[in-house]
Design a binder for this molecule. Structure first.
Ligand code: DHK
Length: 153
């Protein structure tokens, strides 16, 4: 690559919302024993196998997640997104996803449909390209593989 040439790598954003920084110690019976750093490693490996690069971000703040989605419009071909509890509350995040017109794969580590009723509704699902629920942290790998197939088409 010459000094001024644009990066040629196709990049995806893997975005995690509130409390996912606690993975590994947070309710391991629900979320498993893998840490967020382990998830980042598995995402980078899964993406590399598909010829994709990864930008990996986590925030506990709704506005920061919105900013990251907006910024992805210029830097990423799609988003793997676990919005955490904002899934069930945030019209603003749903509007951000709809607004950037990037393919978004919504991921939940736990099977939210086996849990409390307030987790059964997602504001994100109607604007997501696909939803992967209850596959544990392996859901991130599945999401990346599916996003790769969308990006290739
Ligand atoms: C993660 C959270 O933090 C919860 O608020 C969601 C989701 C479920 C998950 O399973 O990854 O309800």
């Amino acid at each position: 690559m010459t000094e001024n040439s644009a990066p040629t790598e196709t990049t995806i954003l893997v975005l995690n919302g509130p409390n996912l920084n606690l993975l590994g110690t947070r309710e391991p019976a629900v979320y498993g024993s893998r840490t967020l750093a382990d998830v980042e490693d598995l995402c980078r490996a899964a993406a590399a196998a598909e010829g994709l690069g990864v930008e990996f971000l986590q925030s506990n703040h709704e506005g920061a997640l919105i900013d990251a989605i907006h910024a992805a419009r210029g830097t990423a071909r799609g988003i793997v997104f676990n919005p955490g509890a904002y899934t069930h509350t945030s019209i603003a995040l749903a509007d951000a996803v709809a607004g950037v017109e990037l393919p978004v794969i919504e991921v939940h580590i736990s099977n939210v449909h086996k849990r409390e009723a307030f987790r059964h509704h997602s504001y994100i699902s109607p604007v997501a390209a696909a939803v992967i629920v209850g596959a544990g942290t392996d859901g991130y790998r599945l999401a990346i593989q599916h996003l790769a197939s969308i990006v290739r088409d």
